[in-house]
Design a protein around this ligand. Structure first.
Ligand code: S3P
Length: 417
């Protein structure tokens, strides 16, 4: 089996969420092109609409966003989306909106204390039973704080920056490891008074800044979605060109890791940035893969791609070790358990740790029934595992892929020869 072709991808999911949220704070009408249209981004769109924002034309892939945030008259349902729940909580408390937020079975189990504690320090009132969704937020009169974020999380950082936009004074955040910086980049583009220290670990924002200028953005292709195809491109005799991909260095951990493992990957940056973000094309050709040890500080840059890396590690010569990735346990599913259970069933030589896993390869995987835990990235990673099997893999839930990448199977069927 090999894959060949040239592909373009729907826009980056993280940037899509942020674009809609920032457009909700902007004067006039903002235009968002090539947004991701999975159910996660649709959750952000629905919540913003429930708060009075007009969002038109999403079916034409050129959304027009206008209006002012208002108190919603129903609960804001964030579905499966941690980014919607955490970032909207920051955005809305910053604007003094009172609202109830909730989510699906998976989201109501995910940790929210990480945002509730600092937002409370800023003066927000968040009423929850046990620091989980559902909760009620009320945030008038926020003050900026100086805060060291104890987990490496772009969602927490972005929540606090969005709250900081509506807060009086400086919000100063220190990260324990560099996480995706799209919020900072977009706020800079929108002339917000925000700066990052030379070592990039400290971000300072001066508030309040309640209205932003209207903007237009064409969102570059999602490197986390394209990653599944880059992995497919590692099968024998394949050759792929992934076009117009977001090349933000904090999102390229998976691609850099693939290069280090021995795949022949070329990243070709475009000269012009898209709304402050680097973009470009990625050429993928297979090579002899070797196992790899990931350092803890590399984890945030590859966090969403670790299930996929685990699949590829079964095809690599030698040992792959991933540690310092305990955050995987509190994603849409416990991804360490999901990786371990499914790869073990397929015959991989895998060991599970509390904060990661190790895999010794190469192994001829056998097709099996996959427990997706209704987690989109597990479902897609194990579809790719199927490319390395002689028998089919059968997902117990395909639908969950729509959370981030509804186009996944259509693009896949175009490629597999
Ligand atoms: C995201 C941040 C990451 C990532 C998620 C999207 C974002 O989550 O896993 O898919 O858009 O900020 P954490 O901040 O919880 O690590």
């Amino acid at each position: 089996m090999s894959v060949k072709g040239i592909l373009t991808f729907p826009g980056d999911k993280s940037i899509s969420h942020r674009a809609f949220m920032l457009a909700a704070l902007a004067e006039g009408t903002s235009i968002i092109k090539n947004s991701a249209m999975g159910t996660d981004v649709l959750s952000t769109i629905r919540c913003l609409r429930d708060c009075g924002i007009n969002i038109k034309n999403i079916d034409k892939n050129e959304a027009h966003v206008s209006g002012r945030l208002a108190f919603p008259d129903k609960d804001l349902f964030c579905g499966n989306s941690g980014t919607s729940a955490r970032l909207l909580t920051g955005l809305l408390t910053g604007q003094g909106i009172t609202a109830n937020l909730t989510g699906d079975e998976s989201l109501i189990r995910r940790p929210m204390k990480r945002i509730i504690a600092p937002l409370t320090e800023m003066g927000a009132r968040i009423e929850s039973l046990d620091s989980h969704l559902p909760f009620r937020i009320n945030g008038s009169g926020l003050r900026g704080i100086k805060y060291r974020i104890p987990v490496a999380s772009a969602q927490v950082k972005s929540c606090l920056l969005l709250a900081g936009l509506g807060a009086e004074g400086n919000t100063e955040l220190e990260e324990i490891a560099p996480t995706r910086d799209h919020t900072e980049i977009m706020l800079k583009e929108l002339n917000v008074n925000i700066s990052t220290s030379a070592d990039k670990n400290v971000i300072k924002l001066s508030g309040p800044c309640k209205k932003l200028p209207e903007f237009s953005v064409n969102i570059p292709g999602d490197p986390s979605s394209a990653a599944f195809f880059a992995a497919a491109g590692c099968t024998k005799d394949s050759e792929l060109l992934l076009k117009d991909i977001l090349l933000n260095p904090r999102r390229l951990g998976f691609y850099r890791t693939l290069q280090r493992m021995g795949a022949r990957l070329e990243m070709m940056e475009k000269r012009q940035r898209q709304f402050g973000e680097l973009t470009g094309d990625i050429r993928v050709r297979p090579g002899l893969l070797r196992g790899i040890h990931l350092a803890a500080e590399e984890i945030p840059g590859i966090i969403d791609e670790l299930p996929l890396l685990a699949v590829l590690a079964t095809q690599a010569e030698g040992k792959t070790i991933v540690k310092g990735a305990a955050e995987l346990r509190v994603k849409e599913s416990d991804r360490i358990t999901a990786i371990y259970t499914n790869l073990k069933n397929m015959g991989a030589d895998i060991e599970e740790f509390s904060d990661g896993f190790s895999i010794i390869g190469p192994t001829q995987l056998t097709g099996s029934k996959i427990q997706t835990y209704h987690d989109h990235r597990i479902a897609m990673a194990f579809t790719i595992a199927g490319l390395f099997c002689n028998e089919p893999v059968i997902l117990d839930d395909q639908e969950c892929i729509n959370i981030s990448f509804p186009e996944f199977f259509t693009l896949m069927s175009r490629l597999v020869k």
